[in-house]
Design a protein around this ligand. Structure first.
Ligand code: FAD
Ligand code: FES
Length: 261
């Protein structure tokens, strides 16, 4: 929060990842530059829709250049659908960088993502540029995702989990690979059922894991209580006296043993 900034930002690039893709790469040029950010942090982006009750939405920072910030956005509903009406030169509003970040790869690190959960790992692999293993599960074709934007030092294994048997292959691979990281760390981002599976494995196998929660957020700064999640007794942060914490300010990244999801 210390370095978070509210700013207007001009769209300098807005492209679907492939023909007909529901995922867009958007590059913005903030009118005030974002500083001091790290992989795992996010921004709140207001699409500028004119209807009443419009809300900004949270998106992982996929990269920050000297004067730009890039995001990968999967069009889901009310707000993200406005992406299709925007074009180069339009001005939006955003604030960030927000939230905490993933631990650096000071020990053997396994990355796991599902779908658009890949976004923070584009930053992570390029920020640290060290050999990393990355397990990536996706329901729609691989060409929709920024896999080739991850650092070339990353060994990426992809799983097209578009039915229950292929999903099981992905889940089995996660278990088998996590077993090799008992002395290391697992960093994960993706849909809640995937994160829940990884959390349960981390507890069962006693492996250190960090999970980036994609809770619904409205303000991103701890004010609306729209994003609370429940922590366990092992969670400790002097800023919070209750077991319910705001995932925008306490997270979005939590140690698996410390949260109930
Ligand atoms: C810290 C953080 C980082 C995120 N980073 C990214 C990112 O880099 N790229 C990206 O595309 N999205 C990301 N998300 C998710 C993104 O914020 C939501 O997809 C977005 O808010 C949906 O807004 P909407 O108004 O279009 O959808 P809504 O109208 O609010 O919802 C439409 C439908 O989408 C479903 N939905 C809403 N949120 C999610 C979600 N998180 N996952 C799956 N389904 C959802 C709803 O249940 C509903 O069915 C992130 C979320 C968080 C908290
Ligand atoms: S999004 Fe408002 S408190 Fe977290």
């Amino acid at each position: 929060m210390q370095n978070a900034l509210y700013t207007s930002a001009t769209i300098v690039e807005l492209l679907p990842m492939c023909v007909g893709s529901p995922i867009y790469k958007i590059t913005l040029s903030p009118h005030s530059p974002l500083q001091h950010w790290s992989a795992g942090q996010f921004i709140m982006l207001d699409f500028g829709s004119s209807h009443l009750c419009s809300f900004a939405r949270p998106f992982s920072i996929a990269s920050i250049g000297s004067s730009t910030v890039t995001l990968y956005i999967h069009i889901r509903g009310k707000e993200t659908k406005h992406l299709r009406t925007l074009s180069r030169g339009d001005v939006l509003h955003m604030w960030g960088p927000l939230g905490n970040s993933f631990s650096p790869p000071t020990k053997e690190t396994l990355l796991i993502a599902g779908g658009i959960g890949i976004a923070p790992f584009v930053t992570y692999t390029n920020q640290y540029r060290t050999p990393l293993t990355f397990l990536f599960g996706h329901r729609i074709d691989e060409e929709n995702y920024p896999l080739n934007e991850c650092s070339t030092m990353t060994t990426c294994r992809t799983f097209h989990d578009n039915n229950s048997s292929s999903l099981q292959v992905f889940l089995d691979e996660i278990r088998a690979t996590m077993l090799q990281y008992k002395q290391g760390q697992v960093l994960a981002c993706g849909p809640l059922p995937l994160l829940r599976y990884i959390r349960n494995l981390a507890i069962e196998l006693d492996i250190y894991a960090e999970l980036s929660l994609e809770e619904t957020m409205f303000c991103g700064v701890g004010a609306c209580l729209g994003c609370v999640c429940k922590t366990t007794d092992s969670y400790s942060d002097s800023r919070y006296s209750d077991s319910y914490v705001q995932s925008c300010t306490a997270g979005p990244i939590f140690v698996a043993h410390n949260i109930l999801i």
